[in-house]
Design a protein around this ligand. Structure first.
Ligand code: AMP
Length: 586
């Protein structure tokens, strides 16, 4: 029997047909030897005589830019693939990066994929603790990093990572005596010729760590076949067209920066802008202008920061002082985009902002406001062709209610529930590495459960309501409260911790920690500063708490778990809800 989605649009057979046709836009490895992302991204363009096209425009700190052509990228990635092979690193082995945004990151990703190894990008702003944890959970054999990042974030923990056999340093600082070798020397000495081995479309290609409410980070595995969705959705949701210059501002340490910062623009044979710098309004407008960017994919936090600099209703002096005439399409992802931001785009940039929705596990955009459809400001848009979405009734724990293995699909317009997707799209994650039970728990009654709460209107537009669990989105980064709590509890003064997201007008949410202190310690600004500094050193500034509050009696369930939901409700002055599981309701 075929299931219709609640909106009644797409059947399983129709969806399969959409993806089959999308696959036809890709080449596959020569001789029918399978499907490899790196071949689609680079080698096929070179083989078709397009090697002289500019693949990357790498913008340095001083905003000077250098070009890397497709032929150069093919050569460099071949060399890196050869390096891996010569090190005995092979099919399925994990290669991680801890690198700033620059051409070497592209070389490392594409060379790894050519070698049929699995690439795991790590966010360079992570502190040593999350880096170590991900290297260990990912069972990473090779790390490509810089001397500075290695010294600050890995060297001190190398002994705890026996599986990490090779550390390759981009730039100076390699020292075989301390277990590092030079990435540049090895790639310079390697051959520029490399034949990609046969690659099954279902073979693992990418490993992206994401966070849940509890437990360790989850390593979502994506297969080479995901490239079908990266390619198709970039055309549909981001309006990518031949000849475009495209800028995705996300760091490839997160899934957006990989799927749309690296893979999608290259499979389309376009020019991708790669900015090594951080957000600064003048810098960003400068890059949009100097690189004549046509399509820009960014995050709501960044848009809100730009809105602060040039609010609506005042002459937009800063943006108007740059030539943004090449810009044709602007999109954003990762957190709710306020309707005000969509209107700001229209007024200040002359273009509305197209919000879209997806997550690490989906691998590619699933729901979008597209160029071809009316934008509903504040909505994430509608499911793309080939995507079958539904809204499921929720149970007392806030997640989809699964009774006897069955869920209840809410058909009526305006109903609120957990967003779920019918499996079958090519970029769906194939598992959480080494965590089969956690993977299985994401599915019920033929649906993949996203963990997001949404509303669908009568026209099939989806509106984000919130998360069904406790994970935090701060400046577009998904943060697991458990990871932060565990680190806080390593501080000598901290007895227990509960971490929540507190709403913030710019970052969406900021990380706030409630801690109880061990006997002998007294709450006060000095301890708070000390704990904050400790957390920043260990976790890195992107995920460390921005605020610390002392709470000697943290609300806990009878089984002893800190009730973050209650901390959050109290912080925001919201109803406290069901307190029946509270340890001592008084
Ligand atoms: P990540 O896996 O880090 O990409 O984070 C995915 C999560 O970000 C989703 O499950 C949502 O909670 C949130 N998210 C992504 N896109 C949007 C959007 N357009 N509006 C609201 N939340 C979003």
């Amino acid at each position: 029997m075929d299931h219709r989605t609640p909106a009644g649009e797409t059947t399983a057979a129709e969806a399969a047909d959409v993806w089959r046709r999308a696959r036809e836009h890709l080449d596959g490895l020569p001789g029918g030897r399978g499907l490899n992302i790196a071949h689609e991204a680079v080698d096929r363009h070179v083989a078709a005589g397009r090697g002289a096209r500019v693949a990357l425009r790498c913008v340095a700190a001083d905003r000077t830019a250098t070009s890397v052509t497709y032929a150069e990228l093919a050569d460099r990635s071949n060399r890196f693939a050869g390096v891996l092979r010569s090190l005995g690193v092979g099919r399925g082995d994990r290669v991680a990066s801890l690198l700033g945004r620059g051409p070497e990151l592209y070389t490392a990703v594409l060379g790894t994929l050519k070698n049929a190894s699995v690439f795991c990008p790590l966010f360079p702003a992570f502190g040593p603790a999350p880096v170590e944890e991900r290297l260990r959970l990912g069972d990473v054999r090779v790390l490509v990093t810089s001397g500075d990042l290695y010294r600050r974030k890995v060297a001190g923990r190398r002994d705890a990572l026996p599986g990490l056999e090779h550390v390759l340093l981009v730039g100076p600082g390699a020292d075989p005596d301390s277990g590092t070798v030079s990435f540049d020397d090895l790639t310079a000495a390697a051959s520029g010729e490399f034949t990609i081995p046969p690659t099954d479309p279902g073979e693992p290609a990418l490993l992206h760590f994401t966070s849940g409410t509890t437990g360790t980070p989850k390593g979502a595995v994506h297969a080479h076949e995901a490239v079908v969705a990266h390619h198709a959705t970039a055309a549909l949701a981001l309006d990518l067209r031949p000849g475009d210059v495209f800028w995705c501002t996300a760091d490839p340490g997160w899934v957006t920066g990989m799927s749309y910062g690296i893979i999608a623009p290259l499979t389309h044979g376009l020019t991708a802008v790669v900015d090594s710098g951080e957000y600064e309004a003048r810098r960003w407008y400068g890059i949009l202008a100097q690189e004549r960017v046509n399509v820009w994919y960014t995050a709501p936090t960044a848009i809100r920061m730009l809105m602060r600099v040039s609010p609506r209703g005042r002459p937009p002096e800063l943006p108007r002082s740059f030539d943004l005439s090449a810009l044709r399409f602007v999109a954003s992802v990762g957190e709710p985009l306020n309707p005000e931001a969509v209107r700001w785009g229209q007024e200040v940039l002359g273009l509305p902002i197209h919000d879209n929705w997806w997550q690490t596990e989906t691998g590619a955009i699933m729901i979008a406001n597209t160029a071809a459809t009316e934008i509903r400001p504040g909505s994430m848009g509608r499911p793309l062709p080939g995507v079958r979405a539904g809204v499921l009734e929720r149970g007392p724990d806030g997640r989809a209610d699964v009774t006897d293995g069955r869920v209840h699909v809410l058909e009526q317009a305006g109903a609120e529930g957990e967003l779920a997707l019918r499996p079958g799209w090519p970029s769906m994650f194939r598992g959480y590495l080494g965590a089969e039970a956690r993977y299985r728990a994401c599915f019920a009654d033929g649906w993949y459960l996203t963990g997001d709460v949404v509303r669908r209107d009568a026209d099939g537009y989806y509106w984000f309501v919130g998360r069904a669990d406790d994970v935090i989105k701060s400046a577009g980064h998904l943060i697991g409260p458990f990871e932060v709590e565990s680190t806080l509890m390593e501080h000598t003064a901290v007895a227990e911790a509960g971490v929540i997201g507190r709403p913030d007008p710019v970052a969406g949410e900021i990380v706030k920690a409630f801690v109880s202190l061990k006997p002998g310690y007294r709450p006060g600004p000095q301890v708070a500063r000390d704990i904050t500094a400790f957390a920043r050193r260990r976790l890195g500034p992107a995920i460390a708490p921005r605020e610390i509050a002392f709470e000697q009696n943290l609300p806990k369930t009878r089984s002893g778990k800190v009730m973050r939901r209650l901390l959050r409700a109290r912080e925001l002055g919201l109803p406290e809800g069901d307190l029946s599981t509270l340890e001592s309701p008084s």
